[in-house]
Design a protein around this ligand. Structure first.
Ligand code: ADP
Ligand code: MG
Length: 728
């Protein structure tokens, strides 16, 4: 049930910021206090158990039952000391959000009492009643068994009086039903591939970790206004809105101070995040009014991803206490900037080297170039898979749609590195490299500056930008589980690094010196992947034309993008890398398509209900108001009444025309929807929604927006965009 616009606006005006003082202590004193961290483990566990866990974390070795028992009992003691009464296996079903099944620590003793109990078997494995989680046909409902298994490489934490244990979620037959399991596999794979390549440069490298630093964008809106917009409540976005007099055109929000109510919210959610060991550091305004961003210090990708999922949950809960709702949708407001979740990604070694950071010697720079060029080559080969990884209904409005930048994947690397790659491409000759050639090359490579100047002012329109010491995948949607993008990125890079190693070794076997072999192979990759490099304006129409010439895809919507996962070569990629089996991939596509269809259906229904059920009757009221007025004028002024009511007559006519159009568009939309619903397969249905129903919805939305600007403001039932943006 939505509340009235007038009531909502009144509520907001009466609000005061919820002031909650930070504890007097320094952040370091409470940081991580709700996490069963290594530090806590040392306090609660024997050295033997600690070593067992550490070994499992670093080398993925199994944990013995006796150690699991010790850990479970320590976790329970610690969690109870932090106020926990329940525990849950915390997992990431394919719908994108996280899921939990809470159990109490209590075990009845049979004599009317109960004791708190939690042992290794409960820690390690659980069988949630999982038949309602999407599994894309992998798990037949008659054996609706999925298992959650403890992931010791992440950290258990206490949130809301519950001990949460990060877990993977698999079917009875061992197939992944979540995003964490394939992520762990992709991370292990890229570790091996990158470690092997590192051997060319440094034999001390024994482990490579993929790092992830996400940046989370979001909007805040007052909860009363939110409750007065059924579209916001049920779909996360405004399905229509008249263009407000003031939107983001002044850019004054970006540099402005954060409003007091928002600051109070941020302080509290940062406090809770810090207690949970989520290293959030920056907070600032974004381009649109009431849009904000927060970012942490980067971490190992699996942990960073768990932290992002947890952060989204913490944000929502804390926001409610402050009478706010967090909008994580990629495009909550038409005509305004959408929200993304930049994924900053790099590879770091056990020797503390960032493999994507230029060094200060020719050797370290050759290592940098190796990882840099291989990443570009991987992106070039699998740009469509990266596009598919970020596909989601909300992101369709942020990428590829009419008011959004195109959905073409390309990489921005800055002019210094572009020039260098062009030079290398030209100057590395086939056949044997002469000593002079080599000296020249070494000089050139040695000259890569450690700090790349033009990358500080990088191209904001690029979906994949090199930002000095990491790549930033900017196309990820703000609601997304980063795991999906990270699975793809790490899988394609690992495939590429394996191929590179093989080709370089082959050249060495054929008699090339190691450095020559590496250089020649890099040159080949530079030439091959050139098309993916684009330094210009990625939002321009010219780029769409140019990209087409270069053979780059522009997969405009989610159903189109998801088809990529069914391509033969893509199945082979994931199977060869042992990240996802064919069945797991097709299950994912099925779940994603289903998700897309269900969400489209909801949007369709909500829009139709708002249009027919509320807007139409409002227009009728407005017309009656005008008619009464016209009639009254005629009654009072007789013939002169005509001249006095020309404006009203015109308004009546315009309102009538829009209302007719609304009626016709609604009927048309209904027909398009019915046709989509009759499609035989999920993919055909999803396609119909994307290609026919969505444009039909846009038509109807335009009518609703036009009527919003026309009808008497006092009669209009829904909060307007400017009110959502500026009422504080
Ligand atoms: P920006 O201008 O985009 O804010 P920053 O240098 O502040 O750039 O970094 C933004 C994000 O990049 C942060 O989330 C940070 O954790 C992440 N980041 C920095 N270095 C790395 C790295 N080596 N690997 C992954 N992420 C990183
Ligand atoms: Mg950034």
């Amino acid at each position: 049930m939505s509340i009235s616009r007038q009531k909502a606006l009144q509520d907001v005006l009466e609000r005061t910021p919820r002031i909650r003082e930070r504890p007097a202590n320094k952040i370091s004193q409470y940081y991580g206090e709700n996490v069963f961290s290594l530090h806590t483990m040392r306090e609660y566990l024997t050295d033997e158990a600690c070593d067992g866990i550490l070994n499992a974390m670093e080398n993925h070795t199994p944990i013995s039952r006796s150690i699991a028992d010790q850990v479970a009992s320590a976790m329970k003691e610690w969690a109870m000391s932090r106020g926990a009464t329940h525990y849950t296996h915390w997992f990431q079903p394919l719908t994108g959000a996280t899921a939990e099944k809470h159990d109490s620590f209590i075990t009845p003793t049979g004599d009317g009492r109960a004791i708190e109990k939690f042992d290794g078997s409960l820690l390690v494995q659980q069988e949630p009643d999982a038949s309602s989680f999407p599994s894309g046909g992998i798990r037949n409902t008659f054996e609706a068994r999925g298992y959650t298994l403890w992931d010791p490489t992440s950290q258990a934490f206490v949130w809301d009086n519950t001990l949460c244990i990060p877990t993977i979620f698999i079917s009875y037959t061992g197939f992944a039903l979540d995003n964490k399991m394939p992520l762990l596999k992709a991370l292990a794979r890229v570790d091996t591939a990158a470690t092997d390549v590192c051997q060319y440069f440094d034999k001390n490298v024994t482990k490579v970790v993929a790092t992830l630093g996400w940046e989370q964008e979001y909007f805040l809106v007052d909860k009363a206004l939110h409750a007065a917009r059924p579209d916001l409540q049920l779909t996360g976005r405004l399905l229509f809105a008249a263009t407000p007099a003031k939107g983001q055109q002044l850019d004054d929000h970006y540099f402005g101070s954060i409003p007091a109510r928002a600051t109070a919210f941020m302080k509290e959610f940062e406090l809770e995040s810090h207690k949970l060991g989520i290293p959030v550091t920056t907070r600032h305004n974004e381009v649109a009014p009431n849009q904000f961003e927060c970012a942490p210090v980067y971490e190992e990708a699996n942990l960073a991803n768990d932290h992002n999922l947890l952060l989204m949950e913490v944000m929502e809960q804390v926001a409610r206490k402050h009478n706010f709702r967090v909008l994580l949708h990629e495009k909550p407001y038409p005509g305004l900037n959408g929200s993304g979740k930049h994924n900053n990604w790099s590879l770091g070694t056990n020797t503390n080297v960032n493999l994507l950071k230029p060094g200060n010697t020719p050797k370290t720079n050759l290592r940098f170039l190796t990882f840099f060029v291989n990443t570009l080559a991987a992106l070039h080969k699998h740009a469509d898979v990266v596009r598919a990884a970020i596909a989601a209904i909300g992101n369709d409005h942020r990428l590829g749609a009419n008011e959004a930048p195109p959905a073409i994947i390309s990489a921005f690397i800055g002019s210094q590195l572009s020039d260098l790659l062009d030079d290398l491409e030209r100057s590395i000759k086939a056949g044997k490299l002469t000593p002079e050639d080599k000296t020249a090359l070494k000089l050139e490579i040695g000259r890569i500056p450690e700090v790349l100047l033009d990358n500080t002012d990088r191209n904001r329109t690029s979906p994949f930008a090199f930002t000095g010491n990491k790549f930033e995948l900017r196309a990820v949607g703000s609601t997304a589980n980063c795991a999906v993008a990270m699975i793809v990125l790490n899988t394609i890079v690992s495939e590429q690094l394996e191929a590179f190693k093989k080709d370089v070794d082959h050249r060495i076997d054929q008699g090339d010196k190691k450095d020559d072999a590496i250089l020649k192979e890099l040159q080949r990759l530079i030439t091959r992947s050139k098309a993916i490099r684009f330094e210009g304006n990625g939002y321009s129409d010219e780029w769409v034309v140019e990209a087409k010439k270069r053979g780059l895809s522009n997969l405009k919507n989610t159903p189109e993008a998801l088809e990529v996962f069914s391509r033969k070569e893509v199945i082979k990629l994931f199977e060869n890398q042992q990240v996802l089996a064919k069945e797991e991939l097709s299950a994912r596509v099925e779940v994603e398509l289903e998700n897309y269809i269900l969400k489209s259906q909801i949007e369709y229904r909500v829009l139709l209900e708002m249009a027919r059920g509320t807007i139409l009757p409002t227009v009728v009221k407005y017309q009656n108001q005008l008619l009464t007025n016209v009639q009254g004028l005629k009654d009072v002024f007789g013939k002169d009444g005509d001249a006095l009511s020309t404006a009203q007559m015109e308004l009546l006519k315009t309102a009538g025309q829009w209302m007719q159009k609304l009626h016709v568009d609604a009927n048309k939309l209904e027909a398009l929807h019915d046709k989509a619903e009759s499609a035989k397969t999920a993919s055909a249905k999803a396609k119909q929604y994307a290609e026919k129903v969505v444009p039909g919805m846009n038509e109807l939305a335009d009518c609703c927006s036009a009527l919003e600007s026309l009808v008497d403001d006092a009669l209009w039932p829904f909060p307007k965009l400017a009110e959502l943006l500026f009422t504080k």
